[in-house]
Design a protein around this ligand. Structure first.
Ligand code: SAM
Ligand code: ASE
Length: 346
């Protein structure tokens, strides 16, 4: 920071400027199926062969592959004076459709949806509000009506929500010993990815996923196998309708969607339902107390501005909300990954 090299040549600023070129290069290779094709291929492939299989321009594909080599998403090797490409280990594990650790749904949602919203980040900062109207022509005032503007968009969102828990789920679920809470309710549990992690880590617990009717029905149909007898579903609006009785309420990425008053309304409703000794587990991307980082949480808070009415918060901001709703003994566990855990007891 502030060394003479930085001031004579603004390397860092140029890297930031090109940040979206990097993202879009990776997204394009994902969307075209470059990594999937190379995974299926028994041998490394030439650029011409890749272009033919993808039904894309040989020149365009060659430039894309070249940039992917620069990003270390692909490796280049000479085979009898012919350049051939193969996946790096990282791409094979995280950027292919069939991989159990696939991050492709997050890439797709970033590339198509978040990218469009961020075209209006300046307006969002000026106006202090979400940008559904400008980005997608939707005049909805309800956040999830806007985010679920079509069946496809709702499914894309559910896949986005689902995939991060394959890399961060175990850490947040095992941050605290939850074995004393046999009956768990995952409020806004979406596709059930965290519910699955919860029953894996706590063999004696069962989880009810509570979500909006169309989300719960889609999760039941496409995400949670019917033989999973320890995961149940309940549907409704958690602000307006009755919610299930439970020993522990999990709220993962729920509080960060909403303004203070709605957060307090929801948390107080949960507190009323909780028996003494019951608890609430918030799972969120925590900001440092002085908001100096982590960068991911800082950037996600800007994304909450363009896409929702919420924001990312510090541990003491969450503690304050929980205390105001009647919870006590609030404990914080950071994981060093994207998402952290906050436990409050009644
Ligand atoms: N907890 C999941 C996770 O972290 O992967 C999903 C979080 S997502 C940001 C918010 C979830 O809350 C969505 O599944 C959404 O459908 C649900 N939701 C939003 N408003 C709701 C409401 N009024 N009642 C019930 N569920 C709601
Ligand atoms: C929400 C979480 C997300 C609402 C909208 C969202 C995410 C993307 N869009 O509760 C996941 C976190 N990623 C980012 C970039 O914020």
């Amino acid at each position: 920071m502030g060394t003479s090299e930085d001031l004579q040549y603004p390397r860092q600023l140029l890297t930031y400027m090109d940040g979206f070129l990097v993202s879009k290069t990776m997204f394009t290779a994902c969307e075209l199926g470059v990594f999937d094709l190379l995974l299926e291929s028994t041998a490394p492939m030439t650029s011409a062969a890749i272009a033919e299989h993808l039904n894309a321009s040989p020149d365009g594909v060659e430039r894309l592959l070249c940039a992917c080599v620069g990003l270390k998403l692909l490796e280049l090797e000479m085979n009898n004076a012919e350049a051939v490409y193969r996946n790096t280990e990282l791409s094979a594990i995280y950027l292919t459709k069939s991989s159990p650790r696939s991050m492709l749904p997050m890439m797709m949602y970033s590339s198509r949806t978040i990218y469009k919203y961020w075209d209006y980040l300046t307006d969002a900062v000026r106006e202090g509000t979400s940008q559904h109207e400008k980005a997608f022509g939707i005049s909805a005032t309800d956040i999830f009506e806007a985010l679920y503007r079509s069946k496809e968009e709702m499914l894309k969102f559910m896949h986005l929500m689902n995939s991060v828990w394959t890399i961060c789920g175990r850490d947040v679920i095992t941050a605290f010993d939850l074995s004393s809470f046999p009956k768990v309710c995952d409020l806004g549990g979406c596709s059930g990815a965290l519910a699955k992690q919860c029953i894996l880590a706590n063999p004696n617990s069962s989880v009810t996923i509570y979500d909006l009717p169309k989300v719960a029905q889609t999760a039941k149909k496409h995400f949670v196998p019917p033989e999973e007898s320890r995961i149940h579903f309940d549907e409704g609006d958690f602000f307006e309708d009755p919610i299930p009785q439970a020993d522990l309420y999990i709220l993962a990425r729920i509080i960060h969607d909403w303004k203070e008053d709605k957060c307090l309304k929801l948390l107080s409703k949960i507190n009323t339902l909780c028996k003494p000794g019951g608890g609430v587990l918030l799972v969120e991307a925590l900001l440092n107390e002085d908001k100096s980082g982590p960068l991911t949480s800082q950037l996600y808070s800007l994304n909450m501005l363009v896409q929702t009415e919420g924001k990312e918060r510090t541990a003491s901001e969450y503690s304050k909300l929980l205390t105001a709703a009647g919870f006590r003994d609030i404990q914080i566990r950071t994981t060093g990954k994207i998402y952290d855990a906050i436990l409050g007891l009644k």
